[in-house]
Write a protein that binds this ligand. Structure first.
Ligand SMILES: Cc1cc2nc3c(=O)[nH]c(=O)nc-3n(C[C@H](O)[C@H](O)[C@H](O)COP(=O)(O)OP(=O)(O)OC[C@H]3O[C@@H](n4cnc5c(N)ncnc54)[C@H](O)[C@@H]3O)c2cc1C
Length: 459
């Protein structure tokens, strides 16, 4: 393929037009004091969908209440304002709407509307290209980006917001399964297309599993649903009730073991006062990054090895209505949860046969119509299925983050290269910062990062 140079450097190139990229663009457009050329590169248009908000199905709900999903640190109720303005829920008052878990697709519409408003009011020009970036290198003008179409362009500053990568199905033989028998949970249309009477196996028991089950139900699925995961822990529900009022600051000075013990004690104390344990977790939500950064490296490792599954189900909760659906299915003996480590996945006649080993290393076998990969977000930088990240790591412009997860970034969001040098003109956002920050996936963190990145990119 011949290489075509796109003329002129752009001032800011944003790689990835998911929520983080769009929020960064809004920040840059709003703050620009002079004409600038801002470019978003995103292969999957329209903007602002990414994985989370690409679903058009009403059963896929946000897992954060609407009142906390605003895209801007100085306006955390901005999403709520938008919902009220566009009147998607007529007759529902502000206070009730603030606590609701609304369909995720509304969030993409919200971000696009705010982007449009920022474009109209800005002195900067926004350009959007439906392109995937294949490589990013240093260049006289700043950086050179090569696109998969073969085109090349230069940019003075770059935001790296390439987002979430799906973990591949961890089973021998999975790659050889026919396409309609091996479905990715984030392929929402394919999940909806599973035949109504088919028995299915979902690998993974987290939020993507919950999404998958509600989709199957909404599509009229009547078959058996098997969930296979190493810990067999299902997401827990959000709860209403009085706020917990303990002081979380002392946790920061404790080691991991002490923190777990202290949190259990806070939950027990709260229960005596009829405060749900969920609100004990909410109290530490704003400290998520500080809690990670004040753990010793050894404790971070222990957390990743022994605690993370328990953390996930307590921290990443689902709407109570979704939780109730899962419970009902279990009671009806239509949803079966198996604990085991998946080993193989082979086509066997008309079936897909999965084999797993349980905790005692005894075999578990499932014969199903198809397997759905709901293993969730890939955190290990080297395993992420994204050619750009492989190139960045290979060229030394980036290095893996702490514990090999995400890519390394400084506190101000600068990318850190293989020599440990911070590159302030490449700002990293979102899940790529997980090794440094741990809490770096959800909107409450992304809005802060995007605001910080906008300042750095204009600086
Ligand atoms: C199923 C699911 C549900 C979620 N629900 C919630 C929720 O309710 N509330 C909440 O706060 N958070 C939620 N999250 C967390 C979610 O990750 C964030 O809210 C947010 O969507 C992340 O945005 P992002 O832009 O960082 O990444 P993504 O949404 O993954 O977007 C990254 C974008 O970058 C593009 N891209 C990747 N590589 C390249 C490249 N080389 N060149 C150009 N473009 C590229 C991709 O096409 C993609 O559009 C959810 C996550 C998932 C997976």
């Amino acid at each position: 393929m011949s290489v075509v140079d796109i003329p002129g450097p752009c001032d800011v190139a944003i790689i990835g037009g998911g929520a983080a990229g769009v929020l960064t663009a809004i920040g840059v457009l709003r703050a620009a004091q002079q004409p600038l050329r801002v470019l978003i590169l995103e292969p999957s248009l329209p903007l602002a969908r990414g994985v989370a908000y690409a679903t058009t199905y009403p059963e896929h709900l946000l897992n954060v209440p609407a009142g906390k999903m605003g895209g801007f640190p100085d306006k955390v109720e901005d999403f709520l304002d938008y919902l009220l303005d566009v009147q998607v829920f007529p007759g529902i008052g502000r206070d009730t709407l603030a606590t609701m878990f609304v369909p995720r697709r509304l969030y993409a519409e919200y971000l696009r509307q705010r982007l449009q408003q920022a474009v109209e009011a800005s002195r900067a020009q926004l350009e959007i290209r439906a392109e995937r970036v294949q490589s990013l290198d240093r260049h006289d003008a700043g950086f050179q980006l090569t696109l998969t179409s073969g085109q090349r362009l230069t940019a003075r500053r770059v935001a790296l917001a390439s987002g979430n990568a799906l973990r591949p199905l961890p089973a021998r033989g999975a790659g050889a399964l026919p396409q309609d028998r091996r479905i990715e949970a984030w392929d929402f249309d394919a999940v909806r297309g599973v035949p109504g009477n088919a028995d299915v196996a979902i690998v993974g028991s987290g939020l993507s599993m919950a999404d998958t089950v509600v989709s199957l139900l909404a599509a009229g699925h009547r078959g058996q649903i098997h969930v296979l995961s190493r810990h067999a822990l299902l997401p827990l529900p959000h709860a209403k009730g009085p706020a917990a009022d303990y002081d979380p600051q002392p946790l920061l000075a404790m080691n991991l073991r002490q923190r777990v013990r202290a949190l259990r004690q806070h939950a027990a104390d709260a229960a005596l006062r009829e405060i749900p344990w969920q609100n004990v977790m909410e109290r530490i939500r704003p400290l998520g990054q500080a809690l990670w950064q004040t753990l010793s490296v050894d404790d971070q490792r222990r957390f990743l090895r022994h605690v993370v599954r328990y953390w996930d189900v307590h921290r990443h909760r689902i709407a109570a209505s979704v939780h109730a659906q899962l419970q009902e299915l279990q009671q009806q003996e239509r949803l079966h949860v198996h604990r085991g480590r998946l080993e193989t996945a082979f086509a066997e006649g008309a079936c897909v046969q999965l084999t797993a080993l349980d905790k005692r290393r005894l075999p578990v076998q499932l014969d199903v119509h198809c397997v759905i990969n709901a293993t969730g977000v890939e955190m290990r930088a080297q395993a992420m299925r994204n050619a750009l990240l492989q190139q960045l790591l290979g060229s030394g412009l980036a290095r893996p983050g702490p514990h090999g997860i995400g890519v390394d970034s400084a506190d101000d969001g600068s990318l850190i290269d293989a020599d440990g040098k911070a590159e302030p003109h490449v700002q990293v956002l979102g899940s790529l910062r997980i090794g440094n920050l741990w809490e770096s996936l959800a909107i409450p963190e992304l809005r802060g990062q995007a605001a910080q990145a906008a300042v750095a990119l204009l600086g």
